[in-house]
Ligand binder design. Structure first.
Ligand code: B12
Length: 221
């Protein structure tokens, strides 16, 4: 008999916290087979597990090696769930450059934002993590991006976001791009202070804010 949604979500979260790649993979398949919404499985299963791993890290029960295995389990399940996310098709795509700023290698949050923007119909140019700040500007010019998404999880690297905006100003092209920022230590107040166009606290809201910033969506509203 098919299991309840809550049981599947609980196993997805536990597979991440308990570093159980096999459980992550089998439960991701089970989620799809039982008709669970892939986004629900990611946000209310896998991400809940990663957040719990973060608490264990804070409590010094887990250290970097454990977190790495937790993220491997998350990514293994994400690979299975990602193709099942509902995608917006048939409209001209808005080019978007995304990456994690220089000095920071955390990329789970950035990848979730990327996936959600992708399924919402954006054309994604992912620079990865630990990205030299000038690369955001170069890539945005090259692909004629409408939006630049900057992510960081560390207080030590968040000022890199301000530098990207300064680089755009120095080249006299600040007005050409919308800059959206996010990640653990980032807030609306920080976004306002550095002159970013938008901030969102999670991947679903990132899509809403990105759409609100892009001319085509604004015109259609
Ligand atoms: C997993 C993890 C790791 C993994 C990362 C694996 C990977 N591939 O990403 C590993 C083990 C590699 C790691 C390494 C380190 N980590 Co670490 N890590 C974490 C942890 C536990 C979870 C992060 C995570 O993935 N969360 C889940 C995702 C889904 O959430 P998220 O990233 O916040 O993303 C969401 C939103 O923020 C938002 N968002 C994110 N990006 C963007 C971008 C835009 C544009 C928008 C709109 C929204 C948005 O949407 C996302 C989805 O909903 C956090 C603790 C925590 N509670 O955050 C510490 C944490 C971030 N790490 C920390 C530290 C210190 C480190 C290390 C320096 C440790 C060390 N001594 O080596 C190194 C970093 C080395 C480096 N230079 O980068 C600190 C940072 C402290 C600080 N204030 O700066 C934290 C906060 C832990 C702590 N409490 O001390 N880490």
């Amino acid at each position: 008999m098919a299991r309840e949604r809550e049981d599947i979500l609980k196993d997805l979260a536990e597979s991440v916290v308990n570093m159980n790649m096999a459980l992550a993979v089998s439960t991701a398949h089970e989620a799809i087979e039982s008709g669970l919404d892939a986004y629900d499985a990611i946000t209310n299963g896998l991400v809940v597990g990663m957040n719990k791993s973060g608490v264990l890290y804070d409590e010094e029960e887990y250290f970097v090696p454990e977190l790495l295995i937790c993220s491997d389990a998350l990514y293994a399940a994400l690979e299975i769930l990602n193709p099942h996310l509902k995608r917006e098709e048939g409209q001209e795509k808005i080019a978007c450059v995304i990456g994690v700023v220089e000095g920071d290698t955390h990329d789970i949050g950035k990848n979730l934002v990327k996936i959600m923007l992708d399924v919402a119909g954006f054309e994604i140019h992912d620079l990865g993590r630990n990205v030299p700040l000038a690369d955001f500007v170069e890539k945005a010019k090259e692909v004629k991006a409408e939006i630049i998404c900057l992510s960081t999880l560390m207080t030590t690297t968040m000022d890199g976001m301000a530098t990207v905006i300064e680089l755009l100003k120095e080249e006299g092209i600040r007005d050409r791009f919308k800059v959206l920022v996010g990640g653990g230590p980032i807030s609306q107040a920080f976004a306002d202070r550095i002159g970013a166009d938008g901030y969102a606290d999670n991947a679903a809201n990132a899509v809403k804010v990105a759409q609100g910033l892009c001319a085509r969506f604004v015109a259609a509203a």
